[in-house]
Design a protein around this ligand. Structure first.
Ligand code: NAD
Length: 451
């Protein structure tokens, strides 16, 4: 039987004695019932694309979709002003059929359990598609890191580990960064976990190199997006040179994808971040290394010389060849999908295309390279980091880059072959391969009858 653990030690009410939720000190939605979000619906629909194709029975579908374990914890920490604030932390371990849980931890005001479920589930399919010995997991803390000091973030991260460490570890569940978390967050997790379990560098990935991190892990997701896109171009007889690319989101994934594609000869004509977008004035493309330096120095792509500002929605409907959503989930939906003019959408973020938008793209002849393929470079590099830690080795950047390209190219070709031989979309093909692998592992383990 799948175990459902709800770890809610303090059973906090929705608002605390300091005031109403939102203005008080309880951050998050402990116990609040909500309708299903877009990304939960998208996760369900993407799974059913494969389930229908594989003729899975209803009981098999239920077994494969139900999370193995859900953890929800109260995280009280002292703020710099001396008050106590209670945040809410989540970790969902969706499947361990093929190996320990693997997935990021995000710090974001919109973190909710439904979204974390959906994101944990797609990690199961992503690791299976890449044929890694991992399952799927995801975690997060509902907080706004832009309003917190480094010391507050460190206390919050350590409290999170203190509350969930029994369910983590190199052979249980291995977190990595996601929105608003990075190598420093992973270093705090490593330190807090190791102080309880002994030195355990493989308990977390995307650590700083000095603590057992992997050279090239930080750029792997964005470069991986570029590798998968160039494989697709090769397979469809197109060249990267001169291809007009628009990228939404200029953080880790978006900026590294931009750099990789610019190096391949693509013309990145517009990019955006949370503050808005910019478009190259002369149409010759943005000088990506300069733009990355500017974004690092100023915290935003805005005001970059030689560009015009452009709104969030206008960005998505620009005349271009490739649109790469690399920011958040659900940004391309029923209300804006018809306006997309790119012929190819590459899902660098997780689930940026909703189920309805996917149908509209199919109707309009727009190809979508699905997230579980397009952004899998990050988890593949995390797998390299985990293996180097377990074997006490140190991989070189050259080895990482070579192995990343080899694995991503192999996976792309496998997905493309299944898509073309069965006459199905790249998304459905990717899910068919992944879901079938997990279903087989579950069946071999006999998990449906195990105690
Ligand atoms: P990040 O925090 O480094 O960057 C996010 C970027 O998106 C920032 O530039 C931010 O300003 C921008 N953004 C946020 N809201 C926006 C909006 N409404 N419109 C336009 N831009 C907006 O995060 P990241 O690591 O680059 O991750 C980006 C996405 O890729 C996330 O969905 C994440 O889950 C997914 N992802 C990341 C990795 C990884 O290894 N980092 C791996 C797989 C998937």
């Amino acid at each position: 039987m799948n175990a459902i653990i709800r770890d809610n030690p303090r059973n906090q009410p929705e608002s605390d004695s300091h005031g109403a939720s939102g203005s008080g000190l309880l951050r998050g939605d402990f116990g609040r019932a909500r309708g299903r979000s877009r990304i939960e619906e998208t996760a369900e629909r993407n799974f059913s694309l494969a389930a229908e194709h594989l003729f899975l029975r209803p009981d098999q579908r239920q077994l494969l979709r139900t999370p193995f374990r859900e953890i929800k914890v109260a995280l009280p920490i002292q703020m710099d002003d001396g008050t106590i604030a209670v945040f809410v932390g989540y970790r969902v371990q969706h499947s361990g059929a093929r190996g320990p849980g693997k997935g990021g931890i995000r710090f974001h005001p919109e973190v909710r359990d439904g979204e974390i479920h959906a994101l944990a589930e797609i990690m199961t399919w992503k690791t299976a598609l890449a044929d890694l010995p991992f399952g799927g997991a995801k975690g997060g803390i509902a907080c706004d890191p832009s309003l917190m000091s480094t010391a507050e973030l460190e206390r919050l991260t350590r409290k999170y580990v203190a509350r969930i460490h029994r369910f983590m570890g190199p052979y249980r569940d291995i977190p990595a960064p996601d929105l608003n978390t990075g190598p420093q967050t992973m270093a705090w997790i490593l330190d807090e976990f190791s102080s309880r379990h002994g030195y355990s560098p493989a308990c977390v990935t995307s650590k700083p190199i000095e603590l057992g991190g992997l050279p090239g892990r930080n750029t792997a997701t964005g470069y991986g997006v570029g590798i998968v896109l160039t494989e697709h171009l090769l397979a469809t007889g197109r060249a990267p040179a001169g291809l007009r690319v628009v990228i939404q989101g200029f953080g880790n994934v978006g900026s590294n994808a931009a750099q990789f594609l610019a190096d391949c000869g693509c013309t990145v004509i517009a990019v955006s971040d949370i503050n808005g977008g910019i478009i190259s004035r002369d149409g010759r493309g943005l000088p990506i290394p300069d733009l990355i330096r500017h974004a690092r120095a100023t915290g935003s792509v805005g005001d970059f010389p030689g560009c015009d500002p452009i709104g969030h929605q206008e960005m998505l409907s620009l005349d271009c060849d490739v649109l790469i959503p690399a920011a958040l989930e659900g940004v391309l939906h029923a209300d804006n999908a018809d306006a997309v003019r790119a012929s190819l959408v590459v899902e660098a973020a997780n689930m940026p295309v909703t189920a309805e938008a996917d149908e509209i793209f199919a109707k309009n002849g727009i190809t979508v390279i699905p997230d579980i393929l397009a952004n899998s470079g990050g988890v593949i590099a995390s797998y390299f980091e985990w293996t180097q830690n377990l074997q006490q080795e140190a991989w070189t950047a050259q080895r990482v880059s070579h192995e990343l390209r080899r694995r991503l190219s192999r996976t792309y070709r496998e997905v493309a072959r299944v898509a073309s031989s069965r006459g199905i979309s790249l998304r459905r093909a990717a899910y068919v391969i992944a879901v079938e692998r997990v279903a087989n592992a579950e069946a071999l383990r006999g998990s449906s009858t195990a105690q």
